[in-house]
Design a protein around this ligand. Structure first.
Ligand SMILES: Cc1cc2nc3c(=O)[nH]c(=O)nc-3n(C[C@H](O)[C@H](O)[C@H](O)COP(=O)(O)OP(=O)(O)OC[C@H]3O[C@@H](n4cnc5c(N)ncnc54)[C@H](O)[C@@H]3O)c2cc1C
Length: 482
């Protein structure tokens, strides 16, 4: 039996570990943090649970290739059925309330002046209905249950493939500008960061409308725990609070000594690894390109535990406040707020959790704040401003906020050591992310968010499986998926 060490028990590391263990590798995962899931996580504060990871899971639809990965790895089970939100987002702009339903035809009733661009958008979204994240078997590998990819499947993906280069060439904001109705524009800006390419907007909308994108009950932590349980039940071992300190010819150095194995998979952020893990620092051409070209997607995350029931409010609100929120050196004229009042596990009876992701490059701001000794003070001010601004739209929360928490890119950096505290790579128009290769040489591999653009759970899943296949091929092992 060959031995394998995986660095990181994030989603990608767990998936790689499960397939490798099933395919005959004796696997140990070293994890820096105290629980599985990496950046896809939730946590408890005084009786409230704050979901800081999964907001939508692509591959939720049975029969699509990505769903096979979620089921084969035990990520989706009976204990976390997937819930499909509808409406997906609700714009709250003064007196105007507008829903984005899974059925996009409803938008034309609200904005008849945009009937034609809406019909074109529905066509673009429809083209992507048959487009699936590529989950293929690599060539030259023995696979017990080979994936079948029919010609018909390929033909159905044709329209999406033809549209892709065009949609990649401009931003979601440019796409949204074709609509005349300002409320419709603001609603669509909730779907993805408007600065990234229009492909992300159309692909995401398509995953909603086709029923491929949902929310597994129990959120990030239950899903990650399910996967960790699968891995351990197969005989794998996870060593929590046990970071890899250095990778050298001798093996992986930890605080307890050096771990030797036939192969090592690096599932921690590859951009961090090339500078911190390798001794000497990795100087391959792709690593140099990555250092120069990588643009990271960063965010702040604010969570509130509220002594009030907000079940009468929409699940996901795109709030246009009267006042702009200044946070992390950025300005926010819209706040996308998730309301967990209908999810009974998140808050005590009669109480509610609200969360908000504030996307944008704020790492430098918070690093500066820490150096000046103002980090806590500025975090508190941001949270206070956020609550004050939110109260203008949701007056029922006034004086009822009893627990608050805020994560900045420095928080993600501290817990998961992701580069600039980011959670994926940024995918701007015509920007190709500088990725790490899956295979460095026989016995040394990467997996996870920096090995394919642009990141997120689909990339973590697909690369986790692909790395396990590459490993099997190198060691002449049969790949066993189930
Ligand atoms: C607020 C937020 C919301 C998100 N929402 C979504 C969503 O709705 N849908 C979606 O698809 N994606 C979402 N994402 C992105 C998604 O969570 C990530 O892209 C994905 O989880 C990355 O997984 P990974 O396994 O590649 O990397 P990571 O999660 O970074 O895993 C790497 C692991 O390595 C560990 N590690 C680091 N250094 C070491 C070391 N030296 N030794 C040992 N272990 C180490 C880390 O602790 C971590 O567990 C969201 C992210 C955030 C922050």
């Amino acid at each position: 039996m060959k031995t394998l060490t995986i660095i990181g028990a994030g989603i990608s590391g767990l998936i790689c570990g499960i397939y490798a263990q099933r395919s005959g590798f004796q696997t140990i995962i070293l994890e820096k943090a105290g629980n599985p899931g990496g950046i896809s996580t939730s946590w408890k504060r005084k009786g409230y649970t704050f979901e800081g990871g999964i907001h939508w899971l692509i591959g939720a639809k049975k029969g699509v290739p990505l769903n096979d990965i979620w089921t084969e790895t035990g990520a989706l089970r009976d204990n976390n059925p997937v819930f499909f939100k509808d409406p997906i987002y609700t714009l709250m702009d003064g007196d105007v309330q507008l829903d984005l339903h899974r059925d996009l035809r409803t938008l034309a009733k609200f904005a008849p002046e945009d009937r034609i661009p809406l019909a074109i958008m529905r066509f673009h979204v429809w083209c992507f209905t048959f487009f699936h994240s590529p989950v293929q078997d690599i060539g030259g590998l023995r696979v017990r249950h080979p994936r079948k990819f029919s010609l018909m499947e390929f033909i159905k993906m044709g329209p999406a493939v033809l549209l892709t280069p065009w949609l990649m060439s401009f931003s979601a904001r440019t796409y949204i500008k074709r609509f005349r109705n300002p409320h419709l524009r603001r609603l669509l800006e909730a779907v993805v960061d408007p600065e990234i390419n229009a492909l992300s907007l159309i692909y995401t909308l398509s995953s909603f409308t086709s029923g491929d994108s949902g929310y597994p009950e129990g959120g990030s932590l239950r899903m990650a725990q399910n996967m960790a349980d699968t891995f351990v039940s197969l005989g794998g071992q996870i060593l929590y609070r046990n970071p890899a300190l250095e990778l050298s010819q001798d093996g992986v150095r930890t605080a307890d000594g050096t771990l030797k194995s036939d192969a090592v998979v690096i599932s921690m952020d590859a951009r961090t690894a090339i500078d911190k893990l390798f001794n000497p620092r990795l100087e391959a051409p792709w690593a140099t390109r990555m250092r120069r070209k990588l643009r990271t997607a960063q965010c702040m995350f604010i969570a509130l535990g509220i002594r009030a029931d907000l079940a009468g409010r929409p699940r996901c609100m795109q709030i246009i406040p009267k006042e702009t929120l200044h946070a992390g050196g950025l300005e926010f004229g819209a706040l996308t707020v998730n309301n967990y009042s209908r999810d009974t596990e998140y808050a005590p009876e009669g109480c509610t959790v609200l969360t908000c992701i504030l996307a944008g490059p704020s790492y430098g701001f918070w690093k500066n704040a820490r150096e000046q000794g103002r980090y806590r003070e500025l975090k508190q001010k941001t949270t206070d401003d956020f609550i004050r601004i939110l109260e203008q739209t949701l007056p029922e929360i006034s004086g009822k906020v009893e627990v608050t928490d805020m994560a900045t890119p420095l928080t993600y950096e501290r817990y998961c050591d992701t580069h600039e505290g980011s959670y994926m790579s940024e995918w701007r128009p015509w920007h190709f992310c500088a990725n790490a290769p899956i295979r460095i040489r026989k016995g040394l591999y990467f997996t996870g968010q920096r090995t394919a653009f642009s990141g997120g759970l689909p990339v973590a899943a697909e690369t986790g499986r692909r790395t396990a296949q590459t490993l099997c091929k190198d060691f002449d092992a049969e790949f066993i998926s189930l």
